[in-house]
Each structure stands twice: as C-alpha cells, then as structure tokens.
Design a protein around this ligand. Structure first.
Ligand SMILES: [Fe+2]
Length: 309
C-alpha cells in the first residue's frame, strides 16, 4: 500500500472505517433533534375509533388500537425514540385475548366504566383517570362487561426493545387467562382518586417548574418507564424546561397550549403530545389541567444520561 487511495480500499474491504475519515461525526455537543414534537387530538381520533368499532371485527383486530406514529421522516412506528403510544377502545361484550411480551406497557383510562383487565390472574377494574401497569412478561387481557365503550391510551417501551432486540411475545394457551382473584386495589392499578389525594397534599411546586404540582406514580412505575401526574391551575404558565428523557403527555382534564421546540399545540382532554429528547417545553394552562407524563426517565437515570434544565 503506497497511496491513501489504496489504504482506504484496504480498510473498506475489511468493513472498517477510519475514525479520521467518517462521513458524519459520531459524537456531537448536545442531543440532535430527531423525533418531532407532535400532537394527536382525541376529538379527531374518537370518531375513527368508533367507526373502527363498526368496521373492524374485534376478533380480527384482537386489539382495536391506533398507533401514534411520529411524523419524523423514515419512522414507521414509534411515538418518540423509546416509547410508542396508541389509542385503544373496547366495546361492551368484547374482550382482548391474553398475551405477554418483554416490553413494559401501561394504560391511561380516558372514558368508560365496566372494563376489567386481568394481569397474571388478578382481575381489576379500569376506571377513568386510572393508570394500569403491565410490566414485562406479565399476562394481560381486557374485557368490557359494563354498559360503556371504554377508551384509553396505551404507552409501551416497544421501540426500546426493538433497539436492544430482546423481543419475546407469547399468546396465552387458554386464549383468556383464568381469573384467580378479583380485587378492588392492586399495586398495578394506580387509582385516580389516590393521585388526586396526593396532588391535593402537595404544597411545593416541583423544582424543574414543568408543572404547578406533580407526583410520581411508583418510583419508578416500571423499570424503563416513569409516570408523573401533573396539575396546573387556570392561567398557570410553566418554566421553559428541557430533559433528555423522551416523553409522551396525555391530557386527562383541562385545556391549554404548549410550545415544544418550534411547534405550538392547543390541547384539551384526551389529547396526546410527543415531547422528544431535549426539546424545550413550556405549558400554559387555560383551565385547571391534569396531564400524565410518561417518560423513559428510569433508563436515562440508570445510565447517567438524565439531564434536565
Ligand atoms: Fe400487550
């Protein structure tokens, strides 16, 4: 090898790249904007879910859900880098068969009474404002036995599992897992009335100023996912804040506007907003608001990657 060209040919033939010769840097001074700030309005989604209830047979769909795909070019699935959110509905008399998977999942209930979830044999009701957890490899199914169609937002860490690759998924051999216990409360059912009680007891605003009051459900709720419930009074304006944690916000109550990165969103009950890593975020509540912030904070924290300001 006498010339640089010959050197590069030899390097390329062995599937290597000279660190001094990369077409793009592999390190940069702060997180790049990849996933886009985005919003899905419940008022747009609910009629589509209702139409899907007539047009898409539940047994065909198994779970009647609509995945919220971030509009970042090239993305086919994820809502933010590590999380996927979906709206889901179930009609009276329907059930979603039991299965388990390595991804962690949670449900934030928007509307409807009389729907139950069975997690590892324990059956518990899913009520509006509740957050139901199905940690990795827990069997879970849902059934609507009451009079209402039930609507909720699912958030899962499937994109993180895609990235790391340990995906396993299994359907229950009995299709529906047998109920071993009916319970009113469970560590996996984080009740709305408990969240309200804890928020009422808050006297200090959180240090980061992202909301007027905030509580964390579990510490963290699951190994890869943190859940915070945020409260803002009418007229409250948050600080401009920024976190490396990727987050998905679900509006449980209220209305307002948020500026995330360069985008501004007007939101109301049931809307979902994607807040990707390191995007600036500022909320302005027009009415008394409750939001659920689901994030990959435990992952960022575990690897010392969590930075907030
Ligand atoms: Fe599932």
């Amino acid at each position: 090898m006498k010339t640089l060209d010959e050197l590069y040919v030899a390097i390329e033939q062995l599937h290597m790249e000279g660190g001094w010769h990369r077409p793009q840097p592999s390190l940069w001074p702060e997180p790049k904007a990849n996933f886009l700030p985005a919003q899905w309005r419940y008022s747009d989604v609910k009629p589509i879910l209702e139409a899907a209830g007539h047009l898409v047979d539940h047994h065909l769909a198994e779970r009647r859900n609509l995945t919220l795909t971030n509009p970042m070019p090239g993305n086919w699935y994820s809502t933010v880098r590590t999380l996927v959110a979906a709206y889901q509905s179930i009609k009276p008399g329907e059930n979603a068969l039991s299965h388990r998977h390595t991804p962690n999942a949670l449900r934030i209930i928007l509307e409807g009474h009389g729907t139950y979830t069975v997690v590892n044999g324990t059956r518990v009701e899913m009520r509006p404002g509740d957050v139901l957890l199905t940690p990795s490899w827990h069997w879970h199914s849902h059934e609507a036995i009451g009079p209402d169609e039930c609507f909720w937002v699912d958030v899962l860490d499937v994109p993180l599992v895609h990235l790391l690759e340990p995906m396993f998924f299994e359907r229950h051999p009995d299709r529906l897992e047998a109920v071993q216990a009916n319970v009113a409360s469970s560590p996996l059912a984080l009740r709305w009335e408990d969240s309200l009680r804890r928020l009422d007891a808050q006297t200090m605003a959180p240090e980061h100023g992202a909301a007027e009051f905030e509580i964390e459900l579990g510490a963290p709720a699951m190994k890869t996912i943190a859940i915070h419930v945020q409260r803002m009074g009418a007229g409250f304006q948050s600080r401009v804040h920024q976190s490396t944690a990727n987050a998905v916000l679900t509006v449980l109550e209220g209305s307002g506007t948020s500026r995330i990165g360069e985008r501004e969103f007007q939101w109301s009950k049931g809307d979902v907003i994607a807040v990707p890593c390191w995007q600036t975020c500022q909320h302005h509540a027009h009415e008394k608001t409750h939001m659920v912030r689901v994030s990959d904070e435990p992952v960022m924290r575990a690897f010392d990657f969590l930075r907030q300001r």
